[in-house]
Design a protein around this ligand. Structure first.
Ligand code: F6P
Length: 546
């Protein structure tokens, strides 16, 4: 396998990056009146403007050539067709099948997965209809008022993000809660808001062995049984999992289990039965729109030539900055309060997928792979970390996401919000020269010494890249589009970096060590740890907790 950084396409980009370092995005706008048109794609209810990037035609074409040399088009087909592209776990990667709304057959091990996908969706629909209508009664004959999803990572972040994002579509009178952290505080604080006879727990775990989820589920079960007795479990607990045996062992009837499959990665699973709390909250019709939005991007991704393909371009722009300009991080900045958990959701999607240091063929990478992703909803971020993005020494490419219409058009809030998002993108790109800063200070009637010092502090280099993603409104369809866009952007980068985006061995070591340390803290076992720091910390904790 030829390393991507040894290809002629990569070398060409290296030399272009040197030339591009001398160019300013703002000047490129002045030189080309059509720049916005050239570098903007409209798709359905979404607009992707990537004109404020350090690219020109040569760079853009060379990035596309890099994608071609990495065999991206063929790899896209492999994914959609159910090839086992998760090579270290020998699994297909088929979250796209979960939103395959035309229902064309998709085969894994010679079996069409669509009948089962549709069967589970139908069961989810029937169940969520029952809960929403009040037909599903708790042990003491009362309607369900609180749903508590117990899961972590991919079994939590997608549902919580989507339920928050789609709050205007959520059923009134149904309170949605999410417990993920092993810290007992998380569970206890949620239980304070619930009553046993009107609460339904959804235990969501692909493996049904995850320490946090099983510990939380056991605590919830005890809370319920203490109040209502053991027979209440069947009316107050359902499971979402791939592991029937463990679900049975926990005591949940498999009739109340919603299945998914090993070809659905945890962080790509909100479209599967893991989305059950989303469906309960927003109802089947809206959930279907979410799937349709995801599917619209799938079709775009699979069929559109690379040069007009939004996730491809997003992925390549990331590669451009991470590998040729030394950018190590990446900010996703949603200007919609309902999307406040979107960056957290993407942190897992992106960093668990592409935070890898070994190539497909087992060789270590000698170039940078997945970036550090962070973000906060605008305008909060502006009053927090934007300082560093504007004037700091790091190059941080940004994605701004904004809806044209708000669900809450109160006064001129939304116009102010929109003005801010456009202003931030412009400020990053244009900057402010020392001369402009100086003129400003003169207008402010500052003295000469102050001006000489302050003009540097008040200048902005600009030339800092960003993408702008506008959607009509944050609704189920556009949310589906957004999530699917980022899933495919991550795929594109994984292909270029030659890493398996679908395993997550990096989370295992900590889990193993926690299992070794636990008995040393709780069961008073001899403290046997190879390093002095861990040993002394365990001793200190034990002594204090005696
Ligand atoms: O953090 C590791 C991980 O395996 C994630 O990939 C996954 O989303 C999460 O744990 C939860 O796993 P499970 O759904 O099996 O409980």
């Amino acid at each position: 396998m030829k390393s991507i950084n040894k290809t002629k396409e990569w070398k060409k980009l290296e030399s272009l990056s040197k030339k591009m370092s001398k160019k300013h995005i703002y000047d490129m706008f002045k030189e080309d009146k059509d720049r916005y048109k050239k570098y903007t794609i409209d798709l359905d209810k979404l607009t992707f403007d990537f004109s404020k990037n350090r690219i020109d035609e040569k760079v853009f074409n060379s990035l596309i050539d890099l994608a071609k040399s990495a065999g991206l088009q063929e790899k896209i087909e492999e994914m959609f067709c159910g090839e086992k592209i998760n090579t270290t776990e020998n699994r297909a990667v088929l979250h796209t099948a979960l939103r395959n709304r035309d229902n064309h057959p998709i085969f894994v091990d010679d079996e069409d997965v669509m009948p089962e996908v549709n069967n589970v969706l139908k069961r989810m629909k029937d169940f969520s209809d029952e809960v929403r209508s009040g037909e599903w009664k708790g042990h003491s004959g009362k309607k369900i008022k609180s749903i508590v999803n117990i899961g972590i990572g991919g079994s939590d972040l997608g549902p919580v993000m989507a339920v928050e994002a789609l709050k205007p579509y959520c059923k009134k009178g149904l309170d949605m809660h999410f417990v993920s952290n092993i810290d007992g505080t998380h569970m206890i604080e949620v239980l304070k808001k619930c009553k046993p006879d009107t609460t339904l727990f959804v235990v969501a775990s692909k493996t049904f062995t995850t320490q946090e989820t099983m510990t939380n589920a056991n605590t919830a079960r005890k809370w319920l049984i203490d109040e209502l007795g053991k027979t209440a479990v069947k009316k107050h607990f359902v499971a979402v999992s791939t592991n029937k045996e463990e679900v049975k062992k926990f005591g949940i009837n498999v009739k109340n289990m919603f299945e998914f499959w090993n070809w659905v990665g945890g962080r790509y699973s909100m479209w599967s039965a893991i989305g059950l709390p989303i469906m309960i909250a927003i109802g089947w019709d809206n959930f279907e729109k979410l799937l349709e939005g995801g599917n619209a991007i799938d079709k775009h991704f699979r069929t559109t030539p690379l040069e007009n393909n939004i996730p491809v371009i997003m992925g390549l722009l990331g590669v451009w900055y991470h590998n040729f300009f030394g950018a190590e991080s990446y900010a996703v900045l949603p200007y919609d309060q309902y999307l406040h958990r979107f960056p957290a959701y993407l942190q897992q999607a992106d960093m668990e997928s592409n935070g890898k240091g070994v190539r497909f063929d087992g060789k270590y990478l000698d170039y940078q792979s997945g970036p550090i992703l962070f973000g906060e909803p605008g305008t909060n971020g502006q009053h927090s970390f934007y300082q560093l993005i504007h004037q700091g020494t790091h190059l941080i490419p940004c994605d701004f996401i904004a809806p044209i219409h708000s669900h809450n058009e109160t006064g001129n809030h939304h116009e102010i919000l929109l003005a801010n998002v456009l202003a931030q993108a412009k400020a990053l790109m244009k900057g402010k020269t020392e001369k402009e800063a100086e003129e400003e200070l003169i207008r402010m009637k500052k003295n000469k010494e102050d001006i000489a010092l302050l003009k540097k502090h008040r200048a902005f280099s600009g030339n800092r890249p960003s993408n702008m993603i506008l959607v009509e409104k944050v609704d189920p369809f556009t949310l589906g589009m957004l999530v699917s866009l980022y899933e495919h952007k991550i795929f594109v980068q994984g292909v270029i970096w030659q890493v398996n985006s679908y395993d997550q061995w990096g989370v295992e070591l900590g889990k193993q060590l926690a299992n070794q340390i636990l008995p040393q803290i709780s069961a008073g076992k001899n403290v046997k740890t190879s390093d002095n720091s861990t040993k002394n910390l365990i001793k200190k904790i034990r002594k204090a907790r005696k």
